[in-house]
Design a protein around this ligand. Structure first.
Ligand code: SIN
Length: 499
C-alpha cells in the first residue's frame, strides 16, 4: 500500500485555481468565514486535517432559507426557461474548464481515486448540461374540455425553496443531480453538504455564481449538526426536500416533512442483486461485476451486494473474478497506481469485517482478500466470498464496502425469488444471452433500475431511483425536472366562440 502521508494538503497548494478551495459558508449571496468551524479530514479517514470549514448554526439555516425564499420568485420571474438553460450551460462549461482542480479537491476529501474523481466531475457536469436542455422542454399540455366554450391547459411552475441533503460518497454528482433540475425549474436551493466532504459543493457553488446564477438562489450551509436536516424538513418556507442517504434518515425526513406537506424525493439504501445465468457471457459479467461492486471501493448505493451465480458457471465466474480482484491496488487516491481508495471511517471497515466473520462462521469461504487495514486511513482489502447463503448477514444487509458475496442457484425462479427477498429495491443486474429471459427477468426484478449485461446504469438521461424501502422519486432523465415543479391546470371558461 502506498503511504498516504506522501500527499496531504500540499496538493491543495498546487491547484491551478486555488480560489476553488473554499472553507466558508455561502449564505444570502455572501461568503461567510467567521464563526465556529469544524475539521474536515483528508481521504477522509486519516488524522490529517484537509481544512476547517465554517459550521452553520440553525439560525444560519433559517437565514439562508429566508434569503432563498425571497430570491426564488425574482429568479423565476426574471428568467425564461432558455435563459436558465444558458446559465446552466455556462456553469457546466466552467466546471469542465476546472475539472482537474475539482477532481483533486474531490479525491482529497473523499479518498476515491483521482481517475474516479475526474469521472465523477464529468458525471456531475452532465446533469447540468442535461437539465440546461430539459429546462426548455418543460411542456404543459392542452386538454379537450368536457364543458362547452372552455379551454383547459397545464403549466409547470417551480415548487419554491428546495432543501438539499447529500452524502459523502459522491460529493459533486449528488449535488448537481439535485440542484441542476431545481435551478432549471426556477427554484432556489439551500444545501446541507456532507460534513465529511463539503469542499466540492462549495467549489461548485462558486462556479455557479461565476456563471451568473443569482447568488441567493444557491445557499450552502456546512454543518455537523443533525438538527439542520430537521430544520430543512420542518421550515414552512422550504417546499421540497431531496435527500440521498440511509433509509432510516429518509423515513425520518419524510415524517417531518409531512407536517408542512412538502414534496419529497428519497434516494435511499440498496442491496442490489447481480445474477449470472449459465447462458451469460462470463467475461462480460466479470467486467460488470468489477465495475459495479468495486467502484468507489464498494461505497455506492447501486453497488452489487449479492452475486447469484448459476451452478453451471459458478466455478469459472469465481475464478475469473478472483483474478481481477487480486489485481486491484489499495492506496491514496492521488497515487495513479491506486484502484481502491479507503473507506469512509472505521465503522465502515468494521461492517465489512462483521459480514465476513458472520459468513465464514456459517460456512462461507474467503476466495480473495478478507482483511482490513485500519492504521492509516481505513482500508479494506477487496474481498470475494464463495459458499454464501441467503441467511447470512451479507445477503440481508447492504455491506457498503468492497465485499462480493457469491451464492449458487439452480433455477431461474430461485434466482428471482432470492433477488427479491429484501426490503430494498434500488438496482438489480443480470447477465443472459436469452432474449426471452432478458425481458422476463427484467420485468420480475423488484427494483427501480435494472442493468442487463452491463454494470453501468447511471447516466444523466437515465431515470435514477428506487422502489420499496429504497425510496421514491426519480433523479436525472426527463422525469427529474418534475420533482422540482408543481403542475397547475388553467381552465378558461365562457369563451366567446360566436364571432
Ligand atoms: C449513489 O451511490 O447514491 C449514486 C450512485 C450513482 O449515481 O451511480
Amino acid at each position: 500500500m502506498t503511504s498516504i502521508e506522501t500527499y496531504h494538503t500540499s496538493a491543495i497548494a498546487k491547484l491551478k485555481n486555488a480560489s476553488l478551495f473554499i472553507q466558508d459558508a455561502f449564505i444570502d449571496g455572501h461568503w461567510v468565514s467567521n464563526g465556529d468551524k469544524f475539521d474536515v479530514y483528508e481521504e477522509p479517514s486519516t488524522a490529517t486535517v484537509l481544512g476547517q470549514v465554517v459550521s452553520c448554526s440553525l439560525e444560519d439555516f433559517r437565514k439562508a432559507i429566508k434569503s432563498a425564499s425571497l430570491a426564488q420568485p425574482r429568479f423565476f420571474e426574471r428568467t425564461t426557461a432558455a435563459g436558465r438553460g444558458a446559465l446552466l450551460r455556462k456553469w457546466h462549461d466552467l466546471i469542465i474548464a476546472n475539472k482537474e482542480d475539482l477532481a483533486i479537491i474531490l479525491c482529497l476529501e473523499n479518498g476515491k481515486t483521482v481517475s474516479e474523481a475526474l469521472g465523477e466531475v464529468t458525471y456531475a457536469a452532465s446533469f447540468i448540461s442535461w437539465f440546461a436542455e430539459e429546462a426548455t422542454r418543460s411542456y404543459g399540455v392542452t386538454i379537450p374540455s368536457s364543458s362547452p366554450n372552455t379551454s383547459l391547459m397545464t403549466i409547470h411552475e417551480p415548487v419554491g425553496v428546495c432543501g438539499i441533503i447529500t452524502p459523502w460518497n459522491f460529493p459533486a454528482a449528488m449535488i448537481t443531480r439535485k440542484i441542476a433540475p431545481a435551478l432549471a425549474a426556477g427554484c432556489s436551493v439551500v444545501i446541507k453538504p456532507p460534513s465529511e466532504t463539503p469542499f466540492s459543493c462549495l467549489a461548485l457553488a462558486k462556479l455557479a455564481v461565476e456563471a451568473g446564477l443569482p447568488p441567493a438562489t444557491i445557499q450552502v450551509c456546512p454543518t455537523k449538526d443533525r438538527q439542520a436536516a430537521t430544520e430543512l424538513a420542518i421550515n414552512p418556507l422550504v417546499k421540497k426536500i431531496s435527500f440521498t442517504g440511509s433509509t432510516a434518515v429518509g423515513k425520518m425526513l419524510a415524517k417531518l416533512s409531512a407536517e408542512t406537506l412538502k414534496k419529497v424525493s428519497l434516494e435511499l439504501g440498496g442491496n442490489a442483486p447481480f445474477i449470472v445465468f449459465n447462458d451469460a457471457d462470463i467475461d462480460l459479467a466479470v467486467e460488470g461485476a468489477m465495475f459495479c461492486k468495486f467502484r468507489c471501493s464498494g461505497q455506492t448505493c447501486v453497488c452489487a451486494n449479492r452475486f447469484y451465480v448459476q451452478s453451471g458457471v459458478v466455478k469459472t465466474f469465481t475464478q475469473k473474478l478472483v483474478l481481477k480482484v487480486n489485481a486491484l491496488h489499495m492506496g491514496a487516491g492521488l497515487d495513479t497506481a491506486t484502484t481502491q481508495g479507503p473507506l469512509v471511517n472505521k465503522a465502515a471497515v468494521d461492517k465489512v469485517q462483521a459480514h465476513i466473520a458472520d459468513a465464514t462462521s456459517k460456512g462461507a469461504k474467503v476466495e480473495a482478500g478478507g482483511s482490513g487495514h485500519g492504521s492509516c486511513g481505513y482500508f479494506h482489502q477487496p474481498t470475494v466470498l464463495s459458499g454464501v447463503s441467503q441467511d447470512m448477514q451479507v445477503a440481508k444487509e447492504e455491506t457498503f464496502g468492497p465485499l462480493a458475496a457469491i451464492i449458487v442457484f439452480e433455477e431461474e425462479q430461485d434466482a428471482i425469488r432470492l433477488a427479491n427477498d429484501t426490503e430494498f429495491g434500488l438496482a438489480g443486474y443480470f447477465y443472459s444471452k436469452d432474449v426471452s429471459r432478458v425481458m422476463r427477468v427484467a420485468q420480475r426484478m423488484q427494483v427501480g433500475m435494472v442493468g442487463v449485461n452491463t454494470g453501468k446504469i447511471s447516466a444523466a438521461e437515465a431515470p435514477f431511483g428506487g422502489i420499496k424501502e429504497s425510496g421514491y422519486g426519480k433523479e436525472g432523465s426527463l422525469y427529474g425536472l418534475r420533482e422540482y415543479q408543481t403542475t397547475k391546470s388553467i381552465t378558461i371558461g365562457n369563451l366567446d366562440t360566436s364571432a
